[in-house]
Ligand binder design. Sequence first.
Ligand code: HEM
Length: 241
Amino acid sequence: MSELMKHPSILKKVQKELETVVGMNRVVEESDLERLDYLDMVVKETMRLHPVAPLLIPHAALEDCTVNGFHIPQKSRVFINIWAIGRDPSSWTDPEKFFPERFEGSSVDLRGRDFQLIPFGAGRRGCPGMQLGLIVVKLVLAQLVHCFDWELPNGLLPTEVDMTEVGATRKRAWHNSKREVVQTGERISLFAVDNDRDEPRGRDERRAIAKGRSHSSSMMAETMGSSFQQKSREKEVQRYW
Ligand code: HEM
């Protein structure tokens, strides 16, 4: 979602594909996913640049072996840095750029056969939940951009979004303590409102936010269900917290 908000033209392209393939009269379903080629490219590109964790689960060499000229003695603990592999300039042109079109006409897939893109690992100890993980990620992403327009809050520039990653966490989550839902046209616009807070919150505050989130997700579910039936939609702004 952060990359899509940083790249509005890519967000629009995903929405356009959804409009063409699914239409605006129903919600996206699992059976639609195989026809959403651009969404597939966006997910691949996201997993290339932002793998769920930078390192795979540690593996051990069962016997002495040589890989690319490096001797690996038996029982060595091997760490695979997929974060670095996904940004390796010898495998990727312009590796730091979020550019889903790089997968257009390319046979590179993320299922463990192409070692430059292994967000689920590879081989016998690769992720057994890959299929489920991919379906859930694609379906949720598709529904979020199908039903809502997304923008950065308070005129924040794409270059100002803090994409710093520490392990599997992202500091910018603390910026988004308020949300506004603006329902205008076909879709609903969702703004994350920056309140200039960037330090971690206390436990009580986090609980309040979590409560607010569940409130906002049930609101979202309601809206997604009803938005398609509404004939005329009046501008409506709702504030949380
Ligand atoms: C987008 C979602 C997911 C991603 C990106 C992901 C990624 C990974 C990665 C990178 C590994 C380590 C593979 C290696 O070291 O070679 C792994 C292992 C594993 N994953 Fe996932 N995973 C996801 C979803 C799931 C789901 C939904 C399940 C279960 C329902 C699951 C169950 C496991 C298990 C059990 C392992 C350990 C496999 C082993 O050690 O043999 N994962 N996953």
